[in-house]
Structures are given as structure tokens and as C-alpha cells.
Design a protein around this ligand. Structure first.
Ligand code: SAM
Length: 231
């Protein structure tokens, strides 16, 4: 059975599309999508030998070789331009996801949707999407086995970016998530606030000018996030 985390990603993959899951590990997501007849064809990309072998094994044991191509390579290197409609990249840090997209930009021709699931650092993805002209269209936050995950969906169609007044705060928290403010969102940012307050305490005693500036920035961030949680 697919995890809630990957099921949330799966729900945003277009019907009948060709999808590529980059960093697929066991290829659970492509196998699920093909078995459910949700996609026409899937590509599972892996850079590391161990996970690549796991993906091959999973696809063979489900007898899905004609519907899923397992490929070894770094990031988007495994696909050709105009081959995939939807790309999913899940279970990594936001910065790694961003660098995979940045390094593979030429392969994004023809891609209509990106479904990205960062474990941390979603803000770096939101910034990259704006820079590259992708419109953030949906966000989800969920908790599974004690961990909190975010899912970001971006479409190539021209549309209105969801950002409004305080863009830097929206990049950090997620423009849709901060509006919706569900209990998982509140739990995540309460946890972050606790961490930041601990760091503040540690910095409190220092007078170095360097730290003064960082303290100011952190204080400002703490205050604006507290404001969002309160309102
Ligand atoms: N996507 C699966 C999931 O969400 O359950 C697996 C996540 S696993 C934590 C991350 C996977 O990404 C690993 O199997 C790793 O080998 C792969 N990976 C890391 N960097 C990669 C890259 N540049 N290109 C392709 N795969 C990569």
C-alpha cells in the first residue's frame, strides 16, 4: 500500500499522462500509478545503484516492464525533452530538488506539471519556480509516522502567482498553506519557532556585530511567523 505521502503526490499526476519519477528508489509511485491505470507510461529514474536495482526488481516482480522504464542516471538526464508530461521528485531536501530541476532545465520542454515533495527547505523550490516562470497551483501539508511533509504542485500554464504582499513570508510558509492554516501547518511552524527561540537564546549573550545582524533577522522571522499563527 502506498504511503499517504506518496498518495498525496499521486493525486496530482494527470490521468493518461506520461510521468517521470526522479529519485524513485523502489519505484513505488510509478508502480502504483500504472497499476491504477492512472498514467499511460512511467519512467523511474535513479542515480544510485542500490535504489536503481530496487526499482528494477519492483517493476519486474509486478510484471510492469512494458509500462515502466527504469533508467539509471543523474536527475533529469534520464529523460528526453518532450517525453514526460508530469515530473515528480519526492523525499529529498528542497535544495537537492531545486538543483535537479536547475541542472535539467533543458529536459523540461513539454513538461506541464511538476509535483515536488521536499522534506525540508520548500522555500528554495518556491523561489526557483518563480524564477523559471512556473505557477504554484496547489500545496499540501501532511503528517505521517510522526513526520511532516509538504507537497508543491506547479504548472507551466500562464496563471496568476499566488503571492501577495509579504512575499518572503509566503515563500517560507507557502502562500496556500498559510491561508489554509490547518493543524499540521500550525504544528510544523510551532516546532520551528521553538528551534528558533533556542537559537535566539544561544545568540543572546554574544555581542559580535556579525551575530547582531543574524539576531535581528531571526527575531523578525520569529515575530512574523508568530503573527501568522496567532491571527
Ligand atoms: N522518491 C522516493 C520516495 O519519496 O519515497 C525515494 C526517496 S529517497 C529518500 C531519495 C532517492 O533519491 C534515493 O533513492 C537517491 O538515490 C535518489 N537521488 C538522490 N539524488 C538523485 C539525483 N540527482 N538523481 C536521481 N536520483 C537521486
Amino acid at each position: 500500500k502506498l504511503s499517504l505521502r506518496l498518495k498525496t503526490v499521486a493525486d496530482y499526476v494527470h490521468r493518461e499522462s506520461v510521468m517521470a519519477d526522479i529519485g524513485s528508489d523502489h519505484a513505488y509511485l510509478p508502480c502504483y500509478l500504472v497499476l491504477e491505470n492512472q498514467v499511460a507510461y512511467a519512467i523511474a529514474g535513479e542515480v544510485n545503484e542500490g535504489p536503481y536495482q530496487s526499482a528494477l526488481k519492483e517493476v519486474q516482480s509486478a510484471n510492469l516492464q512494458t509500462k515502466i522504464s527504469v533508467r539509471k542516471g543523474d536527475g533529469l538526464e534520464v529523460i528526453s525533452p518532450n517525453e514526460a508530461d508530469v515530473i515528480t521528485i519526492c523525499g529529498m531536501g528542497g535544495q537537492l530538488i531545486t538543483s535537479i530541476l536547475e541542472n535539467g532545465k533543458s529536459k523540461l520542454a513539454g513538461v506541464k506539471r511538476l509535483v515536488l515533495q521536499p522534506n525540508v527547505g520548500a522555500d528554495s523550490i518556491r523561489k526557483w519556480l518563480i524564477k523559471e516562470g512556473w505557477t504554484l497551483t496547489h500545496e499540501e501539508i501532511l503528517k505521517e509516522d510522526g513526520k511532516i511533509y509538504e507537497v508543491l504542485v506547479a504548472d507551466i500554464q500562464e496563471g496568476v502567482q499566488p503571492y501577495t504582499k509579504d512575499e518572503s513570508l509566503e515563500l517560507l510558509l507557502g502562500p496556500y498553506l498559510m491561508k489554509q492554516k490547518n493543524k499540521t501547518f500550525i504544528e510544523k511552524w510551532k516546532g520551528e519557532l521553538e528551534q528558533w527561540n533556542k537559537i535566539m537564546l544561544q545568540m543572546e549573550s554574544s555581542q559580535s556585530p556579525d551575530l547582531m545582524e543574524r539576531k535581528q533577522q531571526l527575531l523578525k522571522r520569529i515575530e512574523s511567523v508568530e503573527e501568522v499563527l496567532k491571527s
